[in-house]
Write a protein that binds this ligand. Structure first.
Ligand code: FAD
Length: 280
């Protein structure tokens, strides 16, 4: 299968410990052999992971690897955001994943910062940096958990596109139909930027279920039931997870998605297992 016209990318989170960082280096060493378009690095809202995100980005850049730092605006001032963007520009970074982010529960309104939504961050970036960055934004085929309605969520996604986003990466999902329906609605409302599916390998049911409930990603009942039935049998969870996610990726690729973005969770094996089965 030719990957020439598709964008494949891998997402990392900034490790907190030296051991985690060593593991990240190994993961990147392995996944980089697949020649992805870029590695992205997440960023905690309000700058909570700023030091570790910078450390991870700095290392990737030293290795000459195309890097797309995530940048969330909630809880930060515009000047803080601009300082970070200047730093990235000076490092030769070309691509940013621009997000609102989430404040920790219990944070007061006073901690919101200057920008309330991701479209305002995209606007700020375009106003101050013109076309210097390729701007990726988040998209939610199963809708953002705080969305007031499906239509409002689509309109809000469109705001980011109008503000200057080049491309979008979706929240993960396990229903290709949800993605196709979302893209269809986007096209009907005049959104033409590439919308790259975010792919989350399945390696652990309890964690995935908790995380999915929080971020509004649905695990279809038949998948939940099968995963539940394996209990603590991690090998069976991984084997079934690989089968399900690979089949979904294949269907997405057969239907001309613009690429795939893997949420690696800093592990190479689950992503590679899917990648190799897809013969990418
Ligand atoms: P927005 O696009 O601003 O949307 C947030 C909510 O507000 C939606 O319900 C939307 O409908 C509504 N809304 C948007 N604009 C407006 C407006 N102008 N007026 C009224 N309502 C509006 N989180 C992190 O903390 N760090 C990360 O590195 C990170 N990386 C991510 C990467 C991807 C690919 C994805 C899909 C998510 C990521 N997240 C990350 C999670 C993300 O920060 C949360 O989902 C957050 O709640 C929303 O961010 P957003 O950029 O999508 O927000």
């Amino acid at each position: 299968m030719s990957k020439s016209n598709k964008t494949f990318s891998f997402e990392l989170f900034p490790p907190k410990t030296d051991k985690g960082f060593e593991n990240l280096k190994k993961t990147v060493g392995i996944l980089n052999q697949k020649s992805p378009e870029f590695f992205s690095v997440t960023y905690g809202a309000g700058g909570s992971t700023q030091d570790t995100t910078f450390k991870t980005v700095d290392w990737l850049r030293e290795e000459g690897i195309e890097t797309a730092p995530h940048l969330s605006c909630i809880g930060s001032s515009s000047n803080e955001i601009l300082d970070i963007l200047n730093r990235y520009r000076n490092q030769g970074i070309k691509r940013i994943v621009a997000l609102r982010g989430d404040l920790p529960s219990g944070a007061g309104l006073g901690s919101l910062g200057d920008l309330n939504y991701a479209n305002e961050l995209v606007e700020l970036m375009r106003a101050d940096f013109g076309d210097e960055f390729i701007i990726e934004v988040a998209a939610y085929p199963e809708f953002h958990p705080q969305a007031t309605s499906a239509q409002d969520d689509l309109s809000n996604f469109k705001r980011k596109v109008i503000s200057g986003a080049n491309s979008a990466i979706t929240q993960y999902f396990y229903s290709a139909d949800a993605y196709f329906a979302f893209v269809d609605n986007c096209e009907k409302s005049g959104i033409t930027i590439p919308i790259v599916p975010g792919i989350m390998p399945i390696t652990n049911y309890t964690q995935l279920a908790r995380f999915s409930d929080a971020c509004g990603a649905e695990i279809p009942r038949w998948i939940r039931k099968r995963l539940e039935s394996y209990g603590d049998d991690i090998d069976s969870i991984k084997a079934f997870g690989k089968e399900v996610v690979t089949a979904m990726c294949q269907r997405l690729l057969d239907n001309n998605v613009p690429g795939l973005h893997f949420y690696t969770m800093n592990q190479s094996a689950p992503t590679l297992a899917i990648w190799d089965d897809l013969n990418l």
